[in-house]
Design a protein around this ligand. Structure first.
Ligand code: FE2
Ligand code: FE2
Length: 223
């Protein structure tokens, strides 16, 4: 696939999984905003598209080996991968991060009360939303796809896409409240580990939502 200014970023991400590293570095939204052409996504970030294309080509050139081609792998395998890697990962990580955040808020809340309070609230909302969201995917949508009924799943798919957009908004808010995950000079180790954990959560959720929005759902709907 040749990458042009008109190629939707979600397609680039689906065809070239490693390109998502480049998008993440430049803050280009490839999951919920995956339908936008590359030129438009770059313009929104004040980036030169040629620089980004160069960067993607370099990343692909440095690729250590083949990564699974999810755009052609059986849908059951893709679902297994999403559940075992991302859903299980979130079930472990969300309570861990919540506990760290509560601790930082309790111990250091007075250093930045407004933003730490807001962060706790946004994170708790995201945690509740994602927990419910994964349950719906695992109990309703994914079984439909596995039964070969994905082409009738327009309703559940659009509901899930809507929830993905809401998770994307929460991540943007968290990024803002953490100064792009930059710890304060006086931050303790837990605080630093929390910022690092939240940044990893963002990376993983972007990959996770990308696999669902740009690969699993369109393939399932197409039957
Ligand atoms: Fe999911
Ligand atoms: Fe999802």
């Amino acid at each position: 696939m040749t990458i042009t200014l008109d190629t939707p970023v979600g397609h680039i991400a689906a065809q070239h999984p490693l390109a998502t590293r480049v998008f993440a570095r430049h803050g280009i939204d490839f999951c919920c905003g995956g339908g936008r052409p590359l030129a438009e996504a770059c313009a929104a970030k004040g980036l030169e598209p040629v620089v980004v294309i160069d960067d993607i080509e370099r990343e692909l050139g440095d690729a250590p080996g083949p990564t699974t081609a999810w755009d052609t792998a059986p849908l059951d395998d893709l679902i297994d991968h999403i559940v075992s890697t991302f859903h299980e990962g979130l079930r472990e990580e969300l309570p861990r991060l919540a506990a760290m955040l509560e601790k930082v808020h309790r111990v250091h809340g007075d250093k930045d009360p407004e933003r730490l309070g807001a962060l706790l609230e946004v994170f708790r909302g995201l945690q509740a939303e994602l927990t419910d969201h994964m349950m719906k995917e695992e109990r309703i949508l994914f079984p439909m796809i596995e039964r070969g009924e994905g082409n009738r799943a327009d309703g559940p798919v659009s509901a899930m896409e809507h929830e993905h957009a809401s998770a994307g908004d929460a991540l943007r808010h968290i990024r803002m409240l953490t100064d792009d995950y930059t710890p304060r000079d006086d931050a303790c180790n837990t605080w630093r580990a929390l910022w690092a954990g939240l940044e990893q959560l963002e990376l993983d959720l972007h990959q996770h939502i990308h696999l669902e929005n740009n690969i699993l759902f369109p393939r399932a709907l197409a039957g």
